[in-house]
Design a binder for this molecule. Structure first.
Ligand code: PRT
Ligand code: ZN
Length: 285
């Protein structure tokens, strides 16, 4: 049987979450330190540990069939790949920043600026789209120090908390791109490998869904059951079980994390009591 080859980041911001995702998909392998490759024991999968910058090329060439990498890297490398799914971790944004005491009214203020970045492909597309003429200085690391040493007037770099910008006396003025880790695939996978990708994707989606949803149990007065059922759609519809105490029922359902607090408030307004919220490990619809 053929094995699917997946490339993940060897050591960096995406490594831990990538390993965790595969583990949550029930895939078990040995990832000893300094290993380049590992084989899963219970899924036809080989895992390659690579630098994130190399992953798009390896997947395009078919050395790996799929890969987990930041969308920012995928767009910057601009290879011929298919983005299969967003994975919900490694979230950050690629932003333009300038020294904090400089005035900034609009993007037009960047006309004629020297901008330091490691993301020249994405940046030049962004500047072109906004009809800005600026000079791009490609540098590979510590972009944030460039304005301080007089190398540039602005930078374009990844930001998550913003503390790196802050400690370097910079302020964020434009968001060029919002990014997160994505699953990319070679465009010419054969049927057998595509089947394995679909199988993996099915598991990834079950894991992702479980993270976005919570299992909820509560006691409801029977007279308000109709209203409570409307608030709690559930996967099909909520489960209702009678309580020993007459006039009350136990209601079980699934709620989405984003609507969670709104729903709890509405439930309480309708007389729900003893509300329990439990994490879900996997969710198959
Ligand atoms: O060695 P290798 O080449 O594999 O790794 P790398 O050093 O190139 O990448 P790494 O591990 O730093 O980042 C991998 C991916 O994580 C990136 O491509 C992004 O998709 C994602 N990611 C998420 C981030 C950040 N958040 C992030 N904050 N990548 C980098 N940063 C850096 C940023 O460049 C800046 O220097 O963190 C600093 C800013 O952080 P804040 O919190 O101070 O704003
Ligand atoms: Zn890198």
């Amino acid at each position: 049987m053929k094995k699917l080859k997946i490339a993940i980041q060897k050591s960096g911001r995406l490594s831990e979450s990538s390993l965790k995702l595969l583990k949550e998909c029930g895939i078990d392998f040995d990832n000893g330190l300094n290993k380049l490759k590992a084989e899963a024991n219970n899924f036809p999968l080989e895992v390659f540990f690579l630098r994130d910058d190399d992953i798009p090329q390896y997947v395009e060439d078919g050395v790996a069939d799929i890969g987990i990498v930041g969308e920012n890297v995928v767009l910057e490398k601009d290879k011929n790949l298919k983005t299969v799914d967003k994975l919900g971790f490694g979230k950050c944004r690629l932003s333009l920043a300038i020294p904090k005491d400089k005035k900034y009214k609009s993007i037009k203020d960047l006309n004629g600026a020297r901008i330091a970045t490691s993301y020249s492909t994405i940046l030049s597309g962004f500047l072109k789209k906004n009809k800005i003429k600026a000079e791009i200085h490609e540098i590979s690391g510590s972009v944030e120090i460039a304005p301080g040493i007089g190398l540039a007037d602005a930078i374009c770099d990844l930001v998550s908390s913003g503390s790196t910008l802050f400690t370097n006396g910079l302020k964020e003025v434009e968001v060029v791109l919002k990014s997160e880790a994505v699953l990319v695939s070679n465009k010419n996978l054969d049927k057998e490998k595509q089947k394995l990708v679909d199988k993996l994707l099915f598991r990834i989606n079950a894991v992702k869904r479980s993270k976005n949803n919570k299992y909820i149990l509560l006691n409801a007065p029977n007279k308000n059951l109709d209203k409570i059922i409307k608030i709690l759609p559930g996967m099909k519809s909520p489960t209702i079980l009678p309580l020993a105490d007459k006039g009350w029922s136990s209601v079980h359902s699934v709620v989405n994390e984003n609507e969670f607090w709104d729903i709890i408030e509405k439930l309480k307004d309708n007389g729900a009591q003893g509300i329990l919220v439990v994490p879900i490990e996997k969710m198959i619809v």
